[in-house]
Write a protein that binds this ligand. Structure first.
Ligand code: NI
Length: 379
């Protein structure tokens, strides 16, 4: 591949990924496409027990140190509403989170690093991770044990709130922990004309929901960040019967492990004791998912320096309470999850979200330089 052709080649690759989005853990065609492109370039693909996704390895003139670059490859169950000539051909599925861009940028990075293989002072593993949206893909990769020799890891996300040529790099958490909860309230059903003969779970649920709002406002340090949202509430089936039970579910987002541990204990206490005050029972079911990302100060400053060397603008950027399972790698390896401007437009997961393809080649050049220089730094 000639350099002058790489950008056009990558835009074509990007458009093809965009047209054929696949959901979490179903990225068979996507994986086959990545594999084909990498194999054509003679890039080594590790034999791993992965259903979807893959890991490429580019070993330099010396094997160590080893660093990793990570992208995610899955799409969302969103009906695309863009006017792009290459819009999704898979009905009801869309690359609405830019993972097609991440994948393309990492393919470009792999192609460039392959050309420079003999000059590299170490090994680069490039993770094409499945199932980021369902939050279990990072665990699939970690379970293959290919990260045991990795000394630093970098992950990318498209930023539709940054212009092309801008990057957002945060020290500390960049995304939140994402946990799900359910609360089941058990009262006593009755005729609507006789609330005195029942215990109304709907009134009790309303008290529980209101009381849950006091955890963030009254129990946390005002400078800490967290959110608790009840997003689904269900009880009853008609107008003239007090139902026996109510069900609610929702999400909790935090930025540090201490707060993440504290909130469910407080929620359980509120749910059970508010219900008890009304003579009912409540049960909290807690479903932990991904932790908060946590960018190492040293590597975040390093990644900024590399961006400046590549003439990228460091844009002010704020932590977001979205989830990102890149956090699972950072529990084991120091690294940075950073944001690359893909042109200001609709937000992530929006049916009109799109990526400005001018962002591709600059990202490739950035990640190539970041990989090379981080190996030099570790060597
Ligand atoms: Ni995403």
């Amino acid at each position: 591949m000639k350099h002058m052709n790489l950008e056009q080649h990558l835009i074509e690759i990007f458009q093809e990924f965009h047209q054929f989005p696949e959901l979490s853990n179903e990225e068979y065609e996507t994986t086959a496409r990545i594999r084909r492109i990498l194999e054509e370039a003679g890039i080594e693909i590790l034999e791993l027990p992965l259903k979807t996704g893959l890991v490429a390895r580019i070993e330099g003139k010396q094997k160590e140190p080893v660093i990793a670059l990570r992208c995610d490859i899955d799409a969302l169950p969103v009906c695309e509403e863009t006017e792009l000539s290459y819009k999704s051909k898979n009905a009801g599925k869309m690359h609405a989170c830019g993972h097609d861009f991440h994948t393309t940028a990492m393919i470009g990075t792999a192609l460039r690093l392959k050309e420079k293989q003999q000059d590299l002072n170490g090994t680069v593993k490039i993770l094409f991770q499945p199932a980021e949206e369902s939050s279990n893909g990072a665990v699939h990769i970690i379970n293959t044990d290919i990260l045991s020799d990795v000394k630093a890891i970098f992950g990318v996300h498209s930023a539709p709130d940054l212009a092309v040529g801008e990057v957002g790099i945060i020290v500390g958490p960049a995304t939140a922990s994402v946990d799900r909860f359910e609360i089941e309230v058990t009262g006593v059903g009755a005729h609507a004309a006789h609330p005195d003969l029942g215990i109304d779970p709907i009134v009790i649920s309303a008290h529980i929901i209101t009381a849950l709002q006091t955890i963030v406002s009254r129990n946390l340090d005002p400078f800490d960040t967290a959110l608790i949202s009840v997003t689904n509430l269900h009880s009853g089936s008609t107008w003239n019967v007090i139902p026996p039970t109510a069900y609610m579910e929702g999400t909790v987002r935090t930025l540090n492990a201490k707060t993440r541990e504290f909130i469910p204990s407080r929620m359980r206490c509120i749910a059970e004791q508010v219900a008890a005050a009304f003579g009912a029972k409540a049960k909290l079911n807690w479903h932990p998912s991904t932790p908060a990302t946590n960018n190492s100060k040293v590597w975040a400053e390093f990644a900024k320096q590399i961006a400046i060397e590549k003439s990228l603008q460091i844009a002010p950027y704020s932590v977001s309470l979205i989830g990102e399972d890149f956090a699972a790698y950072q529990e084991k390896i120091e690294g940075v999850f950073l944001f690359v401007g893909t042109g200001k437009n609709f937000p992530l997961h929006h049916p009109k979200f799109y990526v400005d393809t001018n962002a591709i080649i600059g990202s490739v050049e950035y990640f190539v330089h970041l990989a090379e220089q981080s190996m030099n730094r570790l060597a």
